[in-house]
Design a protein around this ligand. Structure first.
Ligand code: KG4
Ligand code: ZN
Length: 324
């Protein structure tokens, strides 16, 4: 079974060829970071236009890298939601036409389902029930994954996503875009206890809230009597985000009697978060699964993997059937 995966929901054009749910024959990502950097964030119109230029050649390159003919593909999996609508449309329209020409099915994939699927690539034998924390630039969601193959949303952010908190914090600190990796790096040399940023509370215990944290950083930068070291600011800010993510995920895992914790999405590439979740899991006797950093941030292998899992685990997210 060979699946072509296509992901164009934000600022990365990504194409992959996945065989039998575990052999990555091609995994290409054309990043647009340079294009959006000077604006300090993704400009939707510019993203769509670049996807249009990139998608065709990238699919041909992926087939060349995979060393397989288009006719040998069995299906095309494409992200159809959520994301920037113009950007999604480029991938979805391409996927539809390409699949039509080959007379093979198109499998519409929910981006979050893709992020969760990334774990199964390296860990096919996950024990259930499991708690999945999906932390990315647009989402911070907690799911319970049941042995039956169903996913239940337990909570989500009520304002900014965790990745957004990293990106906005980095912008305030003058560290540029994307902010997560920049704060991760800057924090390595800092003292995470130097500044006590708030750990925001929410009405529902499984929800998240990060917008107050960004405001606290802005206030600190404006009002601090003596200038804080950049590394200490980055480390303390990162610690506040990671503390909340770890605490809520672990609490949900214990309450739901989960046997495993999954950590996915771009923020799962964060080194402190990876270490802390691993430590907490070990303390509680829970297995922890985190994709390799390359499969945490947006990619197309995870989209093809989600399609592949549909064959074995059914359709996990009820709202994935919306197609463009
Ligand atoms: O999953 P993703 O690539 O795209 C979305 O679906 O949003 O996630 C991107 C987010 C960005 O906010 C980025 O700053 C964050 O993931 N990120 C990180 C790290 N690498 C990427 N955040 C913290 N530490 C990192 N090392
Ligand atoms: Zn993503």
């Amino acid at each position: 079974m060979r699946i072509l995966g296509i992901e164009t929901s934000c600022d990365e054009t990504a194409v992959a060829v996945l065989e039998d749910g575990h052999i990555v024959r091609a995994d290409l990502i054309a990043s647009q970071v340079d294009l959006h950097q000077k604006y300090g964030g993704v400009v939707p119109e510019i993203a769509s236009r670049r996807h249009i230029e990139t998608i065709g050649p990238l699919v041909l390159s992926a087939l060349a890298v995979a060393d397989c003919a288009a006719e040998s593909l069995d299906a095309v999996a494409v992200t159809t939601q959520p994301g920037l609508i113009g950007a999604l449309l480029v991938g979805a329209c391409f996927a539809r036409s390409f699949a039509y020409a080959l007379q093979i099915p198109v499998i519409p994939i929910h981006h979050i389902e893709g992020h969760i699927a990334a774990v199964f690539l390296e860990h096919p034998a996950i024990v259930f029930p499991a708690i999945a924390l999906v932390a990315s630039g647009g989402h911070t969601d907690l799911y319970r994954l049941d042995p039956t193959g169903e996913y239940h949303i337990l909570g989500r952010t009520t304002d900014d996503a965790a990745g957004e908190a990293f990106d906005k914090g980095a912008r305030l600190l003058g560290l540029g875009y994307p902010g997560g990796p920049a704060i991760d790096r800057a924090a390595a040399a800092g003292d995470p206890k130097r500044i006590r940023f708030p750990r925001p509370r929410t009405a529902k215990e499984d929800d998240f809230s990060f917008s107050g944290l960004k405001s606290a950083l802005a206030r600190r930068l404006a009002l601090a009597e003596e200038k804080d070291a950049l590394a200490d600011l980055a480390a303390s800010y990162q610690a506040a985000i990671v503390d909340v993510l770890v605490e809520k995920t672990v609490r949900a895992a214990v309450r739901e009697r989960a046997r495993a914790i999954l950590l996915v999405g771009g923020v799962a590439a964060n080194r402190l978060l990876r270490r802390r979740i691993g430590e907490e899991g070990a303390r509680l006797g829970l297995a922890t699964y985190i994709p390799a950093p390359r499969y945490c941030t947006d990619n197309a292998v995870m989209i093809a993997m989600a399609a592949s899992l549909r064959q074995t685990r059914g359709t996990p997210l009820p709202d994935t059937r919306v197609s463009i």
